[in-house]
Design a protein around this ligand. Sequence first.
Ligand code: SF4
Length: 376
Amino acid sequence: MRLSYSALDSFQNCSLKYKFQNIDKIKEPKSKEAVFGTLIHSTMKFIHNPALLAPKMEDALDFFSKNWNSDVFEDELEERSAFSMGVAMIQQYYKKNVISDYNIIDLESRFAIEITDPKNGTGHIISGIIDRIDKTEDGYEIIDYKTTKKMPSQDKVDNDLQLSVYLNAFLARYPKEAANLDKVTVSLYYLKHNVKLSSTRSLEQLNTAKQLFLDVIAEIEKGIFVPNVTPLCDWCGFQKICPMWKHKFKDERKIDSEEINAVIGDYINLKSAIASTKTQFAQLQEKITKYMEQEGVERVFSDEGIIAQTLRKTYKYDEKQLREILEPLDKWESILKVDGIALKNIMSVLSPGIRQDVERARVLDKESKSLTIKKK
Ligand code: SF4
């Protein structure tokens, strides 16, 4: 299979988006966020173009404003806010970086590397574009620019698949650097925050990334594509055909929705009423229990009826004692079951390789549908 890194990323974030893009080949209408991101990337390329004398901040701002595209914004306010965000990003970038200080060896560097599945010898190609590669004093730095609002934790950067794939691609071009991996830095530069998060990789991590890539291919080949709502939906151009969002555009799609609108409204209001009734119920219960305690009674009477107090006891077993009894009988193992919460707690301390093994052991148990509400 031939796959671009962005397609792989799409699949991991939302497999339905992957399907729309890569299987159904539906042209994605560019979202304003994507248009903005592309222009910021071009501006970064302009700023660091080795063919030019390091451009001044004014030149970079000029480039940004000349290439600005107003058409994608819904109103003037939205456009103004995006434009000033871009200007702020460039200004902050110049404050923190002396452009002429960097020794840049490649910008928007295209790659295509082959990864072979050791199980069956099948080769797969992964392609992509590395935003920037610098020669540093004692090694190299691979940089990817991000324009998203949310910054990840250092742990996420240390295990970021994109950076591992980029480093594998870099090593395909500079194989000798495999011996100096500690001198090759991989960085994500969050332009909105003007913060660069950096990391390095071990050979083991790079091999894990290759395995993860093969796992993703195996998942894609299963042909199951489901929507996954995340903040990244804001960047997705398929909202109008996505089952998680398309109802939002009902007016545009001229669907007769008066009746269902009323039902949705009633459902949300009823759910709120149930929640407040539950709170009220708990408060009344507390008052009555207190009163019963004060008066030393087990039942209270009113014109509406009688309320009786019953004592319900729940028990748990002492694990040590239980083990001592059941282990000699060979019955202990059979009562142990996987506790999802405990497993989640220990996952964070496991190595990335073991975490992936655990993830691979996950199988679907039960499936059920429920309705959740997100209030406006
Ligand atoms: S809108 Fe969100 S859930 Fe729907 S396809 Fe796009 S990314 Fe997936």
